[in-house]
Design a protein around this ligand. Structure first.
Ligand code: PLP
Length: 409
């Protein structure tokens, strides 16, 4: 072989794996910024750059414990952090969780991948929502499984379509993933819906994975119910962390909690323990913030009030988007995102990545196309309402201006 034939390719395992929230459109935004343009970024749910500060006491805990955090810790995490997570599960009504059932990770992201790697064999199917947070789909594929998407119904406030789930579940289905509260739709599922999902899981012997990372970002007095609090005859893995509720995404601190039918999952839990051990442990300094975060005053509660910063920004962004002719948007009940629909009769886009790129180049506004969330049609996009009111007015005004130009006359 000569040096001309020397090529380094990505592995076959990555075939079909994608994470388009940070894909080609973001790369184009960086290129425009390098050229000196100011791009308004409505693309990523990262609160800190928009002036949402993490609670001061979290920072103080990390700072004061830093000198004692230079060594590895237990692979599952620091005891006080895991104990605090365990106590949090008690406040959410999840029964029977011990400190040993909690694994701390470098963000929920690491744990999602770990939970799929430990579970899936080739041919195993996992039911995931469409739209979804795309790391879930990527993690299933990368772990050798097959993602199968069930539709969430926009006409029903983006609740999961039980009919679609029932049509897609089969003997190869291993697990049901629910993202509740949901990114990107902002849906928050009622107990009656969770009960129906449980019934399907029970009838088909599924494991339930519940990503609840937005469980405190609730508007209009919404209440969150953890699906794991509603049954103990199935295995539940519940995910949460500091990135959103506590505006500390850069800390990379998340956790997963194993509950329910643990006695029927010894082998899977052994696999999880092994994967946790192989990566030695999660980032130690950040773990010192977990106990304080979960136990202290929950300042996120102020931000989501109608008069709070997030509450005001959600209302403004939703009103502006929903009033653009040809655009409709379900008002989010939770989380940080809007997922508006472009009427295909008015905007007959065939490729929504091309739409996102064109909008970016023409108006310097960065959104994420709906298909990046495994939504099947090129007729949605996601907007993050973290920027301040002035920037939201400016950027959504630009989106409206752009859509006015490309609207079918
Ligand atoms: N799950 C959902 C639904 C998310 O929206 C995100 C981040 O946006 C994550 C998980 C990843 O969280 P972490 O920062 O804890 O890795």
């Amino acid at each position: 072989m000569t040096i001309d034939q020397y090529h380094v390719n990505k592995s076959d395992k990555l075939r079909g794996v994608c994470y388009d929230i940070r894909g080609p459109v973001l790369r184009e935004a960086h290129r425009l910024e390098d050229e000196g343009h100011r791009v308004i970024k409505l693309n990523i749910g990262n609160p800190a750059p928009f002036g949402f500060e993490a609670p001061e006491e979290l920072l103080q805990d990390v700072i004061s414990n830093l000198p004692d955090s230079t060594g590895y810790c237990h692979s599952k995490g620091l005891f006080p952090a895991r104990k605090a997570v365990m106590q949090y599960t008690q406040t959410k009504g999840i029964e029977g969780v011990t400190v040993d059932d909690v694994i701390i990770g470098n963000g929920v992201s690491e744990l999602i991948v770990m939970s799929m790697q430990a579970l899936l064999n080739s041919g195993d199917e996992v039911l995931l929502p469409a739209p979804d947070y795309p790391l879930w789909t990527a993690a299933v594929r990368m772990s050798g499984g097959t993602p199968v998407h069930y539709l969430c119904d926009e006409q029903q406030d983006w609740q999961p379509s039980l009919e679609d789930i029932r049509a897609k579940v089969n003997k190869n289905t291993k697990a049901l993933v629910i993202i509740n509260p949901n990114n990107p739709t902002g849906a928050n599922y009622e107990p009656a819906m969770l009960q129906e999902l449980l019934q399907i899981a029970r009838e088909n012997n599924l494991i339930v994975f519940a990503d609840e990372i937005y469980d405190k970002i609730l508007y209009d007095g919404e209440v969150h119910t953890s699906i794991a609090s509603m049954a103990d005859d199935l295995l539940f893995i519940t995910f949460n962390g500091l990135s959103k509720n506590y505006r500390a995404a850069g800390f990379r601190a998340g956790w997963m909690v194993i509950s329910g039918a643990k006695h029927r999952a010894e082998s899977y839990i052994e696999g999880l323990d092994m994967l946790a051990s192989m990566r030695l442990c999660a980032n130690v300094p950040s773990q010192h913030a977990i106990q304080t975060a979960l136990g202290g005053y929950q300042s996120i509660g102020d931000l989501v009030l109608p008069t709070g910063r997030l509450g005001r920004q959600r209302d403004l962004a939703w009103e502006m988007l929903d009033s653009i002719p040809g655009v409709s948007c379900v008002k989010p009940k939770s989380a940080l995102y809007l997922f508006p629909k472009l009427d295909p009769k008015v905007f007959p886009f065939e490729d929504d990545e091309a739409f996102a790129l064109d909008l970016l180049r023409e108006e310097k506004v960065l959104i994420v196309q709906g298909t990046a969330f495994n939504w099947p049609n090129p007729d949605h996009f996601r907007v993050v309402f973290l920027p301040r009111v002035d920037d939201l007015e400016d950027s959504i005004g630009r989106i409206a201006r752009y859509l006015d130009r490309v609207r079918k006359k």
